[in-house]
Write a protein of this length. Sequence first.
Length: 204
Amino acid sequence: MLLYVLDLLGVAVFAASGALAGLLARLDLFGVLVLASMTAVGGGTIRDVLLGHYPVFWIKDSGPLLTILAATAFTVVWVQYLPVPRDALVVADAFGLALFAISGAQVAERASCHPLVTILMGTLTGAGGGVVRDVLSAKVPLILRQDIYATAAIAGILLYLVLRALKVPTAGAFVAGVVTVAATRLASIAYDLQLPVVGVGFRG
């Protein structure tokens, strides 16, 4: 039950992130809702399709869709009456990334996937929605930039898998993984940490 609630929290956070992006892009209300929905369920949908889990999670359970509607409505009302907190989008995105990365890894783990596949599925779950959001917002996705984004997800998933291998309870490993992803992502933003760029030189 707790993991389900945390999963819905991840949906809410990513939906708010997508709604904020839509509002900042000056989309109409329908566009804001579409962007919020794609951000919230995009990564998990791709994961379920790749793992052959049908129907995908938001079709067999209306909880995520209702959460998206509630989070989008709350975000729209919030910005009408109160100023948007500074860096709200990146903070919301960081926590969405953290919650979805670890929950996505758990889905792959329950499917008895190889650890490398588990890392890939968790990273895809966490970053996939943000990629869809950025593409629809006409931005280069964070995962393709120098930002420590997918790397943060991988670090948290690795810690989660190590703790599970050491027989740490699922709840404890989950929390540790989420905190690691969020802290790594937020620290990279606060201290402007970026991955090195590999340059390619051409002759002639």
